[in-house]
Design a binder for this molecule. Structure first.
Ligand SMILES: Nc1nc2c(c(=O)[nH]1)N[C@H]1C(S)=C(S)[C@@H](COP(=O)(O)O)O[C@H]1N2
Ligand SMILES: [Mo]
Length: 553
């Protein structure tokens, strides 16, 4: 038995749970090293080419409308953070499993790390904003580092006989106490390279942390030109300024959203896991396509030289549930898109133009299609450069985005825009349309109760009920409130800014003790009453009426 291959000294570490844990630890370390190296390399290649961002982006693109809506509903603007944490959790599980697998099948374990790297590389190269095969490099470099590390660490866990560098003689000379059988440390007795493992593992962990931190720093530095170009922007003085806000657009009731949404509080909805940071100095916008007799490529300076207009426009997301938060109002500065298009020779379909769809493309590969007719019908469709007196925040599309009053954001408000192509609805389906959303989506007439909040417990007496209503480009003419199953009663409308903005309202309610349901409905200037019919957000926006349940004490 002494000479048996299964001699404890040569069978690796015991007890087995310890061995398994060390294998898993090796996998985890290899995973960290892979991600850190990938992060470092991607900071250098392109921040969007990192494996987590690339796989996350691919996952977002493959998410059906219903699931995307569910994610937005449950995680809100944190949906992207949740997605990335999910990807990291899956990667961690893979890493732990590959580490354990490698204890028995060392090559297979290391090979598994490489396979994951290839998946990341394919995702990165397949992204719509990919800059080509170079985008595969971060994932592949990371995977190679991870695979080599795993192979090496697992080697340290093997019984010494497996390691050419550790012969039996060497070992007994090195560790006489083990051969003497004087109650040695079980790990020592197992003959694994404990010292080598600890040193390698510690070094790998430290190197990973260093590479990760360096990657972060490089990533931050790579956005510096863009940040500097944003600092340098001096917004034009509008030749056509927005009128000062009329008195009384803001109702004086606590809890109602501010009439103008501050940039920091403006909702954000997009597919970008890494916010694009575009340098305004190198930014260009190309206008071309069907019926464009004079295509152009414009720089940011070209836009600044044009007549600037300033307008208040309320933007709404098609994913906004009844009563939801994805609506905001800002004062935008930009140039008239219709004028630019006309200069390029574009005619709307009603005047015989061949193109009925305008497809805007962003630097991150988003495509957003709007009806040419709407953009050119005299409404203030803008290429916006400024938002509430500041250059666009990066999150909201710096340096230039589109804003079209009356259309949901997904069919009008392309951020980080770089290209406008005139085409037809028959010829091209943009991003969201391919995912089940409607080709055309004017904003539905909607109203929301901002106060009291759901399940509030106001005191009996006069309770101010107040909120906002919107029907962009049509305008709001009436808002009514109903208590329980009572009659509809007219609310007091706040002053209207323009028909492209939302409108506030208030209603002094003589609240009596007990539970009550408050419901609101609006009528737009076409005379259309906000429908009672509840629909989901998919395919063209939620309909139905907002209700709030309160208990009066
Ligand atoms: N490049 C790009 N532009 C985009 C989107 C996007 O995902 N990518 N989302 C659109 C959607 S669905 C909406 S509602 C608005 C939201 O604009 P905001 O984030 O500035 O509020 O941007 C639109 N423009
Ligand atoms: Mo949206």
């Amino acid at each position: 038995m002494k000479d048996d291959k299964r001699n404890p000294r040569q069978a690796g570490i015991r007890p087995r749970p310890v061995r398994g844990a060390l294998g898993a630890l090796s996998g985890a370390l290899a995973g960290c090293a892979a991600l850190a190296v990938a992060e470092l390399v991607s900071a250098w290649v392109r921040p969007q080419a990192g494996p987590v961002v690339a796989v996350g982006g691919a996952a977002i693109d493959r998410t059906p409308a219903a699931v995307k809506d569910w994610a937005i509903r449950h995680f809100g603007t944190n949906d992207k953070l949740v997605l990335q944490l999910g990807i990291l959790a899956v990667l961690t599980l893979f890493a732990l499993a590959l580490g354990v697998l490698a204890l028995r099948y060392r090559r297979a374990g290391a090979g598994g790390v490489l396979v994951i790297g290839v998946v990341g590389a394919i995702a990165a190269v397949g992204r719509p904003d990919s800059s080509g095969p170079a985008d595969a490099v971060p994932s592949l470099a990371g995977a190679l580092a991870g695979a080599l590390l795993l192979y090496f660490l697992i080697g340290r866990l093997r019984p010494s006989a497996d390691r050419p560098e550790a012969t039996a003689g060497h070992e007994s000379a090195d560790r006489p106490e083990a051969t003497a059988g004087t109650g040695p440390d079980p790990d020592e007795a197992a003959g694994w390279d404990r010292r080598g493992f600890v040193i390698a593992a510690t070094a790998a962990a430290a190197a990973s942390a260093g590479a990760g931190a360096l990657g972060r720093a490089l990533g931050a530095a790579s956005g510096r030109d863009a940040a500097a170009s944003r600092e340098d922007v001096v917004l034009p003085v509008p030749a056509s300024p927005a009128a000062p806000l009329p008195k009384g657009t803001q109702v004086r009731v606590a809890g109602v959203s501010p009439f103008t949404t501050p940039n920091s509080a403006f909702y954000r909805v997009d597919t970008a896991l890494v916010v694009p940071r575009v340098d305004a100095n190198t930014w260009r916008l190309r206008i071309h396509g069907t019926g464009v007799t004079r295509p152009v490529t414009l720089s940011f300076a070209d836009l600044l030289r044009r007549e600037a207009v300033e307008r208040d426009i309320t933007l709404t997301c098609v994913s906004n549930e009844v009563g939801g938060p994805y609506v905001g109002n800002a004062r935008w500065i930009g140039v008239r898109l219709a004028d630019l298009l006309a200069e390029c020779g574009v005619k709307p379909p009603s005047r015989g133009g061949p193109a009925d769809q305008l497809v805007a493309r962003s630097v991150d590969g988003m495509t957003i299609g709007s009806p040419v007719e709407d953009v050119m019908d005299g409404r203030d469709a803008l290429l916006a450069l400024g938002m509430n007196g500041a250059p666009l925040p990066f999150e909201h599309g710096f340096p230039v985005r589109m804003v079209v009053p009356g259309l949901y954001g997904y069919v009008s408000a392309c951020k980080w825009i770089k290209d406008i192509e005139l085409t037809t609805f028959d010829a091209y389906d943009p991003y969201w349309v391919r995912r089940g959303w409607a080709r055309k989506a004017p904003v539905k007439t909607q109203s929301r109760i901002d106060t009291p909040k759901p399940f509030a417990r106001p005191e009996a007496g006069t309770v101010m009920v107040a909120g906002v209503a919107w029907a962009q480009h049509r305008g709001i003419d009436k808002v009514e409130v109903r208590v329980d199953d009572g009659p509809w009663q007219g609310a007091t409308l706040a002053a209207e800014d323009t028909r492209d903005t939302w409108r506030q309202w208030s209603f002094p309610w003589k609240a009596t003790k007990g539970g009550h349901t408050l419901t609101v409905r609006a009528t737009d200037r076409t005379g259309a009453l906000q429908t009672e019919r509840r629909t989901r957000t998919v395919p063209d926006g939620a309909s139905g009426r907002h209700s709030v349940v309160v208990t009066v004490g």
